[in-house]
Design a protein around this ligand. Sequence first.
Ligand SMILES: [Zn+2]
Length: 130
Amino acid sequence: MGVFMLRWRTFLCDLLYNQALGEVEYYTYAIEFQKTGLPLVHMGLGIKRGSQLTCGKNIDAVISAEMPDPIKEPVLFDLVKHLMIHDPCNTSTPKRCHRPDPNDPTRKRCRFFFPKHYSETTIIDEGEIQ
Ligand SMILES: [Zn+2]
């Protein structure tokens, strides 16, 4: 919990005071603990109009995600692989994430919409920024 809280406070400071995503108008958050005992933060964040990151290039400059190096950090790599990644998800084998497809109730689809297309950069669809 100590390392988590240290990282969380640093992240919150980057958002609120360093304005990493723009000038914050409001925020709220809740910390919960998963069955594995790992903490998880749910956060709502409002960025002031005119202060938002409006293009993928600007977003990619402050937000990224990558897998740990499996050679240098094998334990962390395995944790991320097993706890943070959605398994290959096709509808030929039953999975807990499968739900009836509303467009075709005879078929099932992943409720998280996997598989998703991989993209090297962030793409903002028309109308996403409000
Ligand atoms: Zn799925």
